[in-house]
Design a protein around this ligand. Structure first.
Ligand code: ADP
Ligand code: 5GP
Length: 191
């Protein structure tokens, strides 16, 4: 159990690959800079435009294993062939300071956070339709057909888990979805 002795509650955003989590989080970073967004570690290669230490900390499998062994990750999971994890210390520091704190992670990680921090508010971002999810994932143009297929197979599992979440937001419009998420974050982290 990870202690969370402050007034501030952690918000966790999940949802299928391609739904627009990264886009909504980028909108929050720009328009609502008072909200702190965790930077995950991943063994995935950077996409064009991704900066080390901003969107992710890009690490080797060996470095990732070292972080796990040292107990430095709040949660971690394998997703479509790559490892992802949330550095624990910065999250606990922000919560202790009472800052609005957001994680953007996949389903297995969200479940781990709920188990260790039952107070966390779990928010699920869902697409307007399955066809729109397929269109967005292919339209991003960053993955091969094989990787898109693996992510869509995983998306079916993730969509079936929507009822495990405390809140659901439909990503029909980025600005609207971001504003709704900020409302939820601020509701659990009073100023
Ligand atoms: P995720 O982080 O969930 O995998 P991304 O943020 O990379 O998804 O978004 C996938 C694609 O969908 C991107 O090309 C993005 O521009 C587009 N997108 C995101 N949100 C919307 C939206 N509300 N309407 C239309 N396109 C969107
Ligand atoms: P992508 O490769 O598209 O950036 O991310 C793939 C999936 O990994 C997404 O669902 C994203 O939310 C998730 N993810 C990103 N960071 C983390 C993390 O630290 N932990 C876990 N469990 N999932 C993460």
């Amino acid at each position: 159990m990870v202690a969370n002795g402050s007034a501030s509650r952690l918000t966790v955003l999940s949802g299928p690959s391609g739904v627009g989590k990264g886009t909504v989080v980028a909108a929050i970073r720009t328009a609502y800079p008072h909200i702190w967004v965790s930077v995950s570690c991943t063994t995935r290669r950077p996409r064009p435009g991704e900066r080390d230490g901003v969107e992710y900390r890009f690490v080797s499998r060996e470095q990732f294993a070292g972080l796990v062994a040292a107990g430095e990750l709040l949660e971690h999971a394998e997703f479509a062939g790559n490892l992802y994890g949330t550095p624990k210390a910065p999250v606990l520091e922000r919560l202790a300071a009472g800052s609005p704190t957001l994680l953007e992670i996949e389903l297995q990680g969200a479940r781990q956070v709920k188990a260790s921090m039952p107070d966390a508010n779990l928010v699920f971002l869902t697409p307007p339709s399955w066809a729109e999810l397929e269109r967005r994932l292919a339209g991003r143009g960053t993955e091969s057909a094989d990787v898109i297929a693996a992510r869509l197979a995983r998306a079916e599992v993730e969509l079936a888990a929507e009822t495990e979440f405390d809140e659901v937001i439909v990503n029909d419009d980025v600005g609207r979805a971001a504003a709704q998420l900020v409302g939820l974050i601020e509701a659990v982290c009073p100023k």
